[in-house]
Ligand binder design. Structure first.
Ligand code: KIV
Ligand code: ZN
Length: 510
């Protein structure tokens, strides 16, 4: 079987999803899970974009040893130098440099003539080659570019030292048959038929065709696919890793290609990405959606009870979806808890396990049964959503049919403790008003959602808020058995993300 390189760009293109943002610790946590998942390359960010992006790429590159770590750079010395500073401590660092090649991008965005674009691309790759031999070159908007120009630029950058050439469908415009022909023609026209060069594809999902296009490209000779967990990414997202990998695994009769992905780590990875970014997976999402293995119709249920294969083309176990998993309770000890979090796919440091265990014990005192989803929420709250600027110390509310709703809070603003109280249209409104006043922030609440994580009156309530300030939108989440506390946590989480984004506003975007 031919081996397909899986290039995961959840931490770079995925982070460009509207509302998503990841701080450096979150990037490292995700990178560890991607390493466990068995991806070949992690694209950790765009180092020139901001200080935060630089720090994220550096941290991931310094810590991850099991896969290559890539950093994105425009085709310029300044970008490449910055990327290399972040990457150079890595085990097998890759410089990923790009420039747009379509007429519309060259004329309107770059305002450059094709020859100048070609020269800039070659100069960039030649320069990158003085730093490493692991160079990828992308022709942005390739699917709307002239094929003769693509062949010319790819031939030139290969000559200059690029080892991987990427042919992105940047705007999700192509269709499978057309993409197949494009990839095949480029491959045939490369020096030595592209021998020794990896052809890569990078598909966006604007027409819902990203996975189909990636598969067509593989059939035409591409051997690297760029994708993201849960398909998150710019606009409608990127090709989804889990869809591609499970398609190859489920149809080897038709698609005789293998990957290094440990498929049982797919579900934990999906859940972690969702927890970190705050972007929920739609229930009908292929492979990882809540309904992907649910059978509603009576005839289907009957069939599945008789033989699962009647309606299931892959097993939930194969993606690591926990089956009949052990419910935890207040008598569960440290060892059982640690096993549980390992089963759920978390890779935590000793101190983080201890913090999570203390929170678990508190929760188990309130709730008879602690389900996997409760543990996810608890880890998200205690480990993932670490407050960097604003911290909630306590919240207390007065509300009901007779009292005028009010909230009293103590928060820390970069270590300085502040108290305050406000009235509101309800308990949650009073909490949000108090937080705004204490943190001296003026964000607008766009959406507020509350859902119960598991069943029962003692269930954890999970609140998701979207807030906007200074043109930046972020999502925040919080969970607690009391929805008012969950709301306060969600709002504080959003404010932390907003502050991080404000301080790391990208100077450059792709
Ligand atoms: O979509 C795109 O073209 C990109 C490139 C930078 C690879 O993300
Ligand atoms: Zn992209």
């Amino acid at each position: 079987m031919d081996r397909i390189t899986i290039f995961d760009t959840t931490l770079r293109d995925g982070e460009q999803s509207p509302g998503a943002s990841m701080n450096v610790d979150e990037k490292l946590l995700l990178a560890k899970q991607l390493e466990k998942l068995g991806v070949d390359v992690i694209e950790a960010g765009f180092p020139i974009a901001s200080e935060g992006d630089f720090a994220g790429v550096k941290l991931v590159s310094d810590k991850i040893r099991g896969c290559q770590v890539a950093g994105l750079a425009r085709a310029s010395r300044t970008d490449i130098d910055r990327a290399w500073q972040a990457l150079k401590g890595g085990a097998d660092p890759r410089i990923h440099t790009f420039i747009a090649t379509s007429q519309i991008h060259m004329q309107h965005k770059l305002q450059m003539e094709p020859n100048a674009v070609l020269e800039q691309a070659v100069a960039a790759v030649r320069y990158a080659r003085t730093l490493t031999s692991n160079i990828e070159f992308s022709a942005e908007d390739a699917t709307r570019s002239d094929i003769d120009f693509l062949v010319k630029i790819f031939t030139a950058v290969i000559e200059a030292g690029a080892r991987t050439i990427n042919i992105p469908d940047t705007v999700g415009y192509t269709v499978p048959r057309e993409y197949f022909s494009l990839i095949k023609s480029i491959r045939e026209r490369l020096p030595n038929g592209g021998d020794g060069i990896v052809i890569s594809v990078h598909c966006h999902n604007d027409l819902g065709l990203a996975t189909a296009n990636s598969i067509a490209a593989i059939q035409a000779g591409a051997r690297q696919v760029e994708c993201t967990i849960n398909g998150i990414g710019e606009r409608a997202g990127n090709s989804s890793l889990e869809e591609l990998v499970m398609a190859l695994r489920t149809r080897p009769d038709n698609l005789a290609y293998e990957t290094g992905i440990v498929t049982t780590q797919i579900y934990p990875a999906s859940r972690l990405v969702s927890q970190v970014t705050g972007i929920r997976v739609q229930p009908n999402k292929a492979i990882v959606g809540a309904n992907a293995f649910a059978h509603e119709a009576g005839i289907h249920q009957d069939g599945v009870l008789k033989n699962k294969a009647t309606y299931e083309i892959m097993t939930p176990e194969s993606i690591g979806l926990p089956q009949n998993s052990l419910v935890m309770g207040k008598h569960s000890g440290r060892h059982a808890f640690q096993e549980k979090i390992n089963d759920l796919g978390y890779e935590l440091e000793a101190q983080q396990i201890e913090t999570a265990f203390i929170a678990f014990k508190k929760l188990a005192d309130k709730k008879k049964e602690v389900f996997d989803e409760d543990i996810d929420a608890l880890i998200a709250d205690e480990i993932i959503r670490i407050p960097n600027y604003f911290k909630l110390n306590f919240v207390s509310v007065k509300s009901g049919t007779v009292a005028m709703p009010s909230a009293t809070l103590e928060v820390e603003v970069e270590g300085e403790s502040r108290h305050g109280a406000e009235f509101g249209d309800g308990a949650v409104d009073a909490v949000f008003k108090t937080i705004k006043q204490l943190t001296n922030t003026g964000s607008r609440l766009l959406t507020y959602e509350v859902k119960s994580i598991t069943g029962g009156a003692d269930a954890l309530g999970e609140v998701t808020v979207r807030i906007r300030e200074e043109g930046l939108t972020v999502m925040g989440q919080g969970a607690h058995t009391c929805v008012v506390v969950a709301s306060a946590k969600a709002y504080m989480n959003a404010l932390n993300k907003l502050e991080y984004k404000k301080r790391n506003r990208p100077q450059v975007t792709v």
